[in-house]
Design a protein around this ligand. Structure first.
Ligand SMILES: *Cc1c(COP(=O)(O)O)cnc(C)c1O
Length: 384
């Protein structure tokens, strides 16, 4: 057995990252300085988008995207329940109503036919999640959006570097959000970023993350007064610091390496578990190449003499830091109190009842991967 718990996800920082941060700490600007823009430019270029706008975290970035999309009270926004609560919370921040559409049983991504069933005259936007790193059916979703005049905000928190029909995720939807939390592909400690090709969204998002204030000369009344600025709407202080941006620039240089390692480890898991009848592995669509934020297995509980809880406990006892992604958003007491009821999305609920997330992060070693594989195999065997 291992000496220490292998977590399900973790950052990888090196001396270059530390030096980049120290350099900013010694400079004149800790925030609202030049490093933010350098990071935004590098990030936009990496995903192939025109613009990127950095935020204090991914949730703030999603909030900004909902604002820019014009979501307000009275509007509905369709999203998946198989996600972190922030994906739906951002709709509530703007006074909108989250409408949950069920997932596809095989890929665990939101199902376009289910989205279509839930579109009403009040629908304003769709927020698909690229679950576990595999892009959702973006073309079908864009088609629906076009037909019904909706905005697509892609929650790509899991999907930096993921490919959809030969294109990197980040310039396909109206706006795409990436999280820079330490368990995600690259990190700035806390951080988030929106990418878009739309100049109007870009401008709104920049203003939104800084109190709704602008100094842009063509937007304000007295552009010749050097101290002058205007607040046009109620924004927030959702800015990223230059300290974080420096870390982001340094981390981004390693993104390709990190993603390759994730793909290699996922391939090792897939190969090792294919023949285990009691496990269901995530299906990959032909037109996607996942960047593997999560590796999720499903248990065929009817073929096992132990509960999922027992199996998770056994794995934790063996210091394999497994987890569960996700509790369907509307299961949370807050959402239940808003009136959402269980039974709403049967596929998402069935997935939640049988799923386990295995450790997957670039800094783990092939020995760690083999250790997870052996421990999972042994544990399953005990209950066959
Ligand atoms: C991590 C995550 C977020 C939120 O990002 P933060 O940076 O933690 O605020 C949103 N959606 C999904 C699917 C995530 O995994």
């Amino acid at each position: 057995m291992r000496d220490t718990l292998l977590p399900y996800g973790k950052q990888w920082l090196d001396e270059q990252d530390i030096e980049a941060v120290v350099e900013v700490l010694k400079s004149d600007y800790l925030t609202t300085g030049p490093t933010i823009e350098l990071f935004e430019k590098a990030f936009a270029s990496y995903v192939g988008a025109e613009y990127a706008i950095a935020f204090s975290n991914g949730t703030a970035a999603l909030h900004g995207a909902c604002f820019a999309a014009g979501i307000t009270k009275g509007y509905e926004v369709i999203t998946t329940p198989m996600t972190f609560a922030a994906t739906a919370n951002c709709i509530l921040y703007q006074g909108g109503t989250p409408i949950f559409a069920d997932i596809d049983k095989l890929t665990y991504n939101i199902e376009p036919m289910e989205i279509e069933r839930k579109i009403s005259k009040n629908t304003k936007a769709i927020i698909p999640v690229d679950f576990a790193g595999q892009p959702a059916k973006l073309d079908e979703i864009k088609e629906l959006a076009k037909k019904h005049n909706l905005i697509v905000i892609e929650d790509a928190a899991h999907a930096l570097g993921a490919m959809y029909k030969g294109r990197k995720v980040g310039s396909i939807s109206d706006m795409s959000m990436f999280s820079l939390h330490p368990v995600k592909h690259i990190t700035t400690g806390e951080g988030g970023i929106i990418t878009t090709n739309n100049k109007e969204y870009y401008s709104k998002l920049r203003q939104f993350r800084s109190h709704g204030i602008t100094r842009e000369k063509d937007l304000i009344k007295n552009p010749d007064e050097p101290w002058y600025y205007e607040m046009h709407f109620l924004g927030y202080n959702y800015r990223m610091t230059d300290i974080q941006a420096a870390l982001g620039i340094s981390q981004l240089k390693k993104a390709d390496k990190f993603i390759e390692l994730r793909r290699n480890y996922a391939a090792m898991y897939k190969e090792a578990f294919t023949d285990i009848e009691q496990l269901i592995l995530p299906t990959q669509n032909r037109d996607t190449n996942s960047s593997w934020h999560l590796f999720i297995i499903q248990l065929r509980l009817e073929q096992l003499s132990a509960s999922r809880k027992q199996i998770i406990q056994d794995l934790l006892d063996n210091k394999i830091g497994v987890n569960v992604h996700y509790i369907p958003v509307y299961y949370h007491p807050y959402y239940q109190e808003l009136g959402y009821t269980k039974g709403l999305c049967p596929n998402a609920e069935a997935l939640y009842a049988s799923t386990i997330t295995l450790p997957l992060f670039p800094k783990m070693t092939t020995l760690d991967v083999k250790n997870v594989i052996e421990t999972v195999k042994k544990t399953i065997k005990n209950y066959v």
